[in-house]
Design a protein around this ligand. Structure first.
Ligand SMILES: Nc1ncnc2c1ncn2[C@@H]1O[C@H](COP(=O)(O)OP(=O)(O)OP(=O)(O)O)[C@@H](O)[C@H]1O
Length: 235
């Protein structure tokens, strides 16, 4: 479903990704881990076609990115919110969903606002929202057209446990219907909920596997220990 082959990227002279190969199946929840600055956001932007890598190719549904016709097939939530602060939550969602959604637009809008706990705040301007509420609205926008692929850069950072649980419940429901989800996270609790993980370090994939396989392999009870084993801090 998502295929990355030999992705290498540089910003100026700084090499930030090197020979990254990742294959993600349909219906998988895939977690991208790694210390700050290891290249996760850069890789995510390459996946969405926003950034063209110096080397390598990205394929979504067997088609090479970037490709216009694939745009509506995925939902993307960036690390920085791209919202209109003077508009209400509903107006923001309405604006973004009008690109791809015709049928049952209002029902879908209400549904994603309920999942993200924002339905009762839909008529408030985004400028008056807390940081967490803005993250939730960005997530609602990424999900509103029920895309086949969700690419989410730290979707639940800073959210309270109740909202986080509701969102993870939705991720698992989406997985059951065949949606493929890629998330980046710094939370080991969330990493544990993924089917498979890849660990980036200094732009390279240094490990890949399921949470349980990692714990077995590194003889530990927690992913936190695995993360530290791989070098949570740069050498
Ligand atoms: N637009 C840019 N121009 C120059 N350097 C950049 C740019 N974007 C990212 N970088 C550099 O690329 C490296 C990887 O950054 P990236 O944001 O991909 O890391 P990350 O793993 O997502 O970090 P975090 O967990 O803190 O979000 C960093 O050294 C960063 O400074």
């Amino acid at each position: 479903m998502i295929e990355l082959n030999g992705i290498t990227h540089k910003f100026g002279k700084e090499k930030v990704l090197e020979g990254v190969d990742i294959f993600i199946d349909r219906g998988e929840i895939f977690g991208l881990l790694g210390p700050s600055g290891s290249g996760k956001t850069t890789l995510v932007r390459i996946m969405t076609g926003l950034l063209i890598p110096r080397e390598g190719e990205v394929k979504l549904r067997n088609q090479r990115m970037p490709k216009r016709s694939l745009m509506k097939r995925f939902g993307y939530m960036a690390q920085e919110n791209a919202l209109y602060y003077e508009l209400t939550a509903w107006e923001n969602l309405d604006f973004f969903s009008s690109f791809y959604l015709r049928k049952q637009k209002k029902e879908r809008m209400k549904y994603v606002l309920r999942i993200t706990g924002l339905l009762e705040y839909r008529n408030r301007s985004v400028g008056s929202f807390s940081g967490g509420m803005r993250r939730r609205l960005s997530l609602a926008i990424a999900m509103v057209h029920d895309p086949e692929i969700l690419i989410l850069d730290e979707p639940t950072t800073g959210l309270d446990p109740v909202v986080r649980r509701s969102i993870w419940k939705e991720f698992h429901r989406l997985k059951e219907q065949g949606t493929t989800i890629l998330i980046t996270t710094h939370s080991m609790e969330e990493a544990d909920k993924c089917d498979r993980l890849a660990m980036l370090r200094a732009g390279k994939v240094i490990a890949a596997g399921s949470p349980d396989a990692w714990k077995r392999e590194y003889h530990t009870q927690t992913l936190e220990d695995v993360f530290l084993h791989f070098g949570g801090e740069e050498a």
